[in-house]
Each structure stands twice: as structure tokens, then as C-alpha cells.
Design a protein around this ligand. Structure first.
Ligand code: UT7
Length: 325
């Protein structure tokens, strides 16, 4: 028997304001047809006054705790993935901790952009496995609308705001039992050689400004399909599971064409891939937990399912995680 993180519940939160592709055409020179055909996006949510990364994260965390039936007082670890924190410091995780009233445990942010939730899950799982904590909130939360160049049609139509969270609790399981619940394996990677393909052109230590997102989309697309396919294979080889055993793939939601291409490379039918990019657009670190919670709430993902999480983003960073939920 050994300890591993087991998903006990999930939650999500979206800003009040939905922005359709039709509304985007009033802001930049674009069309609904172009956005749908190239990305699959039809809608995104944009944070308004009073809505921040911390407020969305707090709402998602509350829902996750409620769905797990776990009191906030039991949470002794919060790992929050974001590239759009409320402030440069303190960590947004500490704001969420205070909002939930569970001060005293561990709380910190993880910066791995769109792969952030995978990095956060792996970090929390490792800490649960070593006994540093017992009950973790793992959150992905973003307000990318605040770092977008709203005059750049090549990027501003692609992103949205939101948050998703899971409760991960340490549980003693028989690792040899293929049906044992929890995180089976995670593989993470980064390659800093490509950070000029997707970045923010500002920061506290360089310009002293927040900066705006810049992306060379076509190049990112190419790397995304290659890196995701390779890390998915790596996780399957590590765990000895076959692609055919996977019940659901919960991918980072950047572009429907990336989701399709990656599933095809793995030989997985498109019906097994959870798609929310049409509704939420690309919410960076929030997209994986938002997609997971959506599919749990609509009844597709059920207890006992074998779920593959995967993401790729700025850095580049990428990773995949196989879990029995
Ligand atoms: O989340 C982190 C990871 N990010 C990603 O994975 C994003 C990866 N990249 C992509 O999803 C795609 O590359 C994009 C959706 C960003 C772009 O799609 P694409 O098929 O690679 O288009 P493109 O960049 O090659 O642009 C094609 C054309 C260009 O016009 P020309 O040069 O061919 O005349 C663009 O100027 O589409 C034009 N274009 C637009 N047209 C209407 C670019 N943005 C728009 C727009 N509306 N919003």
C-alpha cells in the first residue's frame, strides 16, 4: 500500500459576461466563420468589475469542496496555477486560502501558463505522496482578458477567463491494483528554447509593466501536436496502460484542430475527448479543470473512469497525467 492523490470533487467558475464571436467582430477585423473554422471557438467569458483570478478561483474551490463533501478546514495545501495573478505577490493561492478561511497550511502559485494545472496537480500529488499534506485544493484560474492586446485579432479572439478546481486527498491504495483510484502517473516537460513563440512582453523585472500576450500561432500549433502526442505515449508506456483503456481525455482547450490531431495520433476516437473550447475558448491554466468539471457535471465522466489529462503552453511547457477518478 502507498499514498497517492485521489480526486474527491471538482468545481468551476466563469465570469458573468459571455462574449460571442459576433461581438468580437465589433471589436476587431474578424468573422465568426474564421474563428470557428480555425479554432472551434464560438464563445468566451470575460471578467468584469470585481471579478479577478482570486475571486473566480475562490468560487471554483468552494464548489469543489462542496462536491467532495469536505470542509475547508481540512485543506492543508493549496496549489494554484495561473499566469494572471491578482498581484505580482503575494501568491493568489494565499488570497484564496484566506477567502476560504483555512489559513495555516501550505499555499503557493505555480507558473507554467497553459500547462499550469498539470504542473500544479503533479506538485500537489507529490506532496500528498510524501506526507507533507493530506488534503489539497488544486486550482487553475486565469483572467487572460487583462493581458490581451485587444487590437491584435490574431490573439484576442482566442482566449477567455475562468477557473476550475479539484480536491485531491491522500489515500492509501494498492499501486498494483489497476482499478485503484487516484493519480497513477504524471510526466512534465519544458523547453525554454521556444519562449519567444508565446510570451508576455512585460514583467516586474524587465519593463515594470504587466505586458501583453504575443504568440506565433502557427509555430505553437506545430509544437503542440508533436509534444502532446509524445508525452501521452510516455505516460501510457510508464503505466503499462493501453490507449484503448482510456475512458476520457481531458485536454487543454486551445484549438479544436489540436485536440482532433492529438486524438488521431493516439488512435483515440474524437468522442472520447472532452471539448469545451467552443464555450470557454482558451482559458490557459483554467481550461483543463474547467473541462473536467463540465464533463463530471454533465455525467460523462463517472467514478471509476480512466482519465488522461494533457496540456501544452508557453515556455514551452507540456505534460500529461493518467488518473482513475
Ligand atoms: O494555449 C497555448 C497553446 N496555444 C495554442 O496551442 C495555439 C496554437 N495555434 C493555433 O491555434 C492557430 O495557429 C491559430 C488559431 C492561432 C491561427 O490559426 P492558423 O490556421 O495557424 O492561422 P494563421 O496564423 O496561419 O493565419 C492565417 C490567416 C492570416 O492571413 P494571411 O497572412 O494568410 O493573409 C492571418 O492574418 O488568418 C489571418 N487571421 C485572421 N483572420 C480573421 C489571423 N487571425 C485572424 C482573425 N480573423 N481573428
Amino acid at each position: 500500500m502507498s499514498l497517492r492523490g485521489v480526486i474527491k470533487g471538482s468545481g468551476s467558475a466563469l465570469p458573468r459576461r459571455a462574449v460571442s464571436n459576433a461581438e468580437m467582430t465589433t471589436m476587431v477585423d474578424t468573422t465568426d466563420e474564421w474563428i470557428v473554422e480555425r479554432t472551434g471557438i464560438r464563445n468566451r467569458y470575460i471578467a468584469g468589475e470585481g471579478e479577478t483570478t482570486a475571486s473566480l478561483a475562490t468560487e471554483a474551490a468552494r464548489q469543489a469542496l462542496a462536491s467532495a463533501g469536505i470542509d475547508a478546514a481540512r485543506v492543508d495545501l493549496i496549489v494554484l496555477a495561473t499566469a494572471t495573478p491578482d498581484q505580482t505577490f503575494p501568491a493568489t493561492a494565499t488570497i484564496v486560502q484566506h477567502n476560504l478561511g483555512c489559513n495555516g497550511g501550505i499555499a503557493f502559485d505555480v507558473a507554467a501558463v497553459c500547462s499550469g494545472f498539470l504542473y500544479a496537480m503533479a506538485t500537489a500529488d507529490s506532496m500528498l505522496r510524501t506526507g507533507m499534506a493530506k488534503c489539497a485544493l488544486v486550482i487553475g484560474a486565469e483572467t487572460f482578458s487583462r493581458i490581451l492586446d485587444w487590437e491584435d485579432r490574431t490573439t484576442c479572439v482566442l482566449f477567455g477567463d475562468g477557473a476550475g478546481a479539484i480536491v485531491l486527498e491522500a489515500q492509501d491504495v494498492d499501486e498494483a491494483d489497476p482499478l485503484a483510484p487516484g493519480i497513477i502517473a504524471t510526466r512534465l516537460h519544458a523547453d525554454g528554447a521556444h519562449n519567444d513563440l508565446l510570451y508576455v512582453d512585460g514583467g516586474p523585472s524587465t519593463t515594470g509593466t504587466v505586458g501583453k500576450l504575443r504568440m506565433r500561432g502557427r509555430e505553437v500549433f506545430r509544437h503542440a501536436v508533436t509534444n502532446l502526442s509524445s508525452v501521452l505515449k510516455e505516460v501510457l508506456e510508464t503505466t503499462g496502460h493501453d490507449a484503448a483503456e482510456i475512458d476520457w481525455v481531458v485536454p487543454h482547450q486551445a484549438n479544436l484542430r489540436i485536440l482532433d490531431a492529438t486524438a488521431r495520433k493516439l488512435g483515440l476516437p474524437a468522442e472520447k475527448v472532452i471539448v469545451t473550447v467552443d464555450r470557454h475558448a482558451n482559458t490557459s491554466a483554467a481550461s483543463v479543470p474547467l473541462a473536467y468539471d463540465t464533463a463530471v457535471q454533465d455525467g460523462r465522466i463517472k467514478p471509476g473512469n480512466l482519465v488522461m489529462f494533457e496540456a501544452m503552453g508557453g515556455g514551452f511547457t507540456w505534460g500529461a497525467c493518467l488518473a482513475r477518478v
